[in-house]
Write a protein that binds this ligand. Structure first.
Ligand SMILES: Cc1cc2nc3c(=O)[nH]c(=O)nc-3n(C[C@H](O)[C@H](O)[C@H](O)COP(=O)(O)OP(=O)(O)OC[C@H]3O[C@@H](n4cnc5c(N)ncnc54)[C@H](O)[C@@H]3O)c2cc1C
Length: 354
């Protein structure tokens, strides 16, 4: 049997972060069996340096190379763990590819994850920021998250409530480094009603001549929409949306809307607040398609989507961070709204605009 732990020293990370940043990690350890974590993390190399967990690197910005060991969970088993009524419970290990897992659930005739098709990354990272797209968040399908807590040397099984899921947020994002997610248990239905309310899905299905869509039809529509709208990291480095949509008090949102009638407002799930479109705010400040004219000249904003920062090839993480800073400052100066980055930033601290 192969050993569950593999060490890589001075590991190149260019292919392991979707910005394509050319940084190296002093140590990267791959672990295929979560049972190996307690002994590994008690070893001298980890004892005083809690690891940074690396999934697919699609929600990370390395401003500096990591100053502590990286840990990648490579277990990729998926198994059934229950079948209540028309529902099926699946447990997937952290290293499973997210989009591959969505396709696997569709092939089993299960609905619930189709709106989250084609999001890059791993199953283990999905609960970290409660991934969401096309009107659905992963929390709706998560029954439990299994995690190891190095400081307490304990394995946990967290219920969905324990995870404190919110918009692009969870206990894991609030307390980075506390938990290593080792597996996620999902509950999915064979009779789920498709969720078509989000802009674009119904039109895309109509254009394809689909009348009564199955979950697979919805996934195909979402995949087509995403391929048209979002730059592909295999072609141009990016981490998807760089900023969260800001949530502001309802009165403030209405006042902004009165001044800027084209500003889209969304429900936030709370009657007292509204979600604003960060893409609209950034576009209104003239950033779409902008490319920096100093340093490498390779950091920029996608010409297709104002929310996506891109690496045209040789950008550094510092250049992307500084560009993000300038974008947030300009949005704050014009609209009084503070933007917050979505990706985890390594080697720099984001401070809200003053
Ligand atoms: C083109 C593109 C489109 C995207 N679209 C969306 C979208 O529609 N919706 C959306 O929500 N996100 C989107 N993202 C962001 C990203 O794909 C998701 O956040 C994804 O879940 C990150 O997975 P990952 O494995 O790459 O995580 P990584 O980038 O490797 O890590 C992200 C964070 O999670 C932590 N982490 C990762 N795995 C674990 C684990 N097992 N235990 C504990 N912590 C862990 C890391 O330490 C880090 O803090 C997009 C990104 C790209 C590049």
């Amino acid at each position: 049997m192969s050993t569950p732990v593999t060490f890589h020293r001075d590991a190149p990370l260019r292919a392991r972060n979707t910005f394509g940043l050319d940084v190296r990690a002093p140590l990267l350890v791959e672990v295929s069996d979560a049972d190996a974590l307690p002994a590994l993390l008690a070893s001298p190399e980890f004892k005083n340096a809690p690891p940074l967990v690396l999934g697919g690197g699609s929600n990370l910005l390395f401003v500096e190379p990591p100053d502590r060991p990286l840990l990648a969970l490579t277990g990729r088993r998926v198994r059934r763990v229950g079948e209540p009524g028309d529902r099926l419970r699946l447990r997937a290990e952290a290293g499973v590819d997210w989009h591959g897992f969505v396709l696997d659930t569709l092939a089993r005739g299960l609905g619930g994850l189709e709106n989250l098709a084609l999001i890059p990354g791993t199953v283990g990272a999905a609960p970290i920021q409660n991934i969401g797209a096309y009107g659905v968040e992963v929390r709706e399908a998560v029954r439990a998250v299994e995690a190891y807590e190095p400081a307490a040397d304990r394995f946990h099984r967290l219920s969905s409530e324990d995870c404190a899921f919110a918009y692009r947020d969870s206990v894991f994002k609030q307390q980075p480094g506390r938990f290593i997610v080792t597996a996620v248990e999902f509950e999915l239905s064979r009779n789920a009603s498709p969720r078509l309310e989000y802009a674009g899905i119904a039109d895309e299905l109509a254009a394809r001549g689909v009348g009564l869509p199955t979950a697979r039809d919805v996934a195909d529509a979402v995949i087509a929409l995403r391929q048209r709208k979002l730059p592909n990291p295999a072609v141009i480095g990016n981490a998807g949306s760089f900023f969260k949509n800001p949530i502001v008090p309802a009165g403030r949102a209405e006042a902004l809307k009165a001044d800027h009638p084209a500003l889209p407002l969304f429900a936030s799930g709370d009657a007292d607040t509204r979600k604003l479109s960060a893409a609209w705010l950034i576009d209104a400040c003239g950033w779409k398609g902008h490319r920096i004219d100093h340093g490498s000249g390779d950091a920029g904003v996608s010409a297709a989507h104002a929310l996506v920062l891109v690496n045209h090839g040789g950008a550094t993480g510092r250049e992307l961070f500084d560009l993000a800073r300038r974008i947030a400052d300009s949005v704050h100066a014009r609209f009084g709204v503070a933007l917050e980055p979505e990706p985890r930033i390594i080697g720099a601290t984001w401070t809200p605009p003053a």
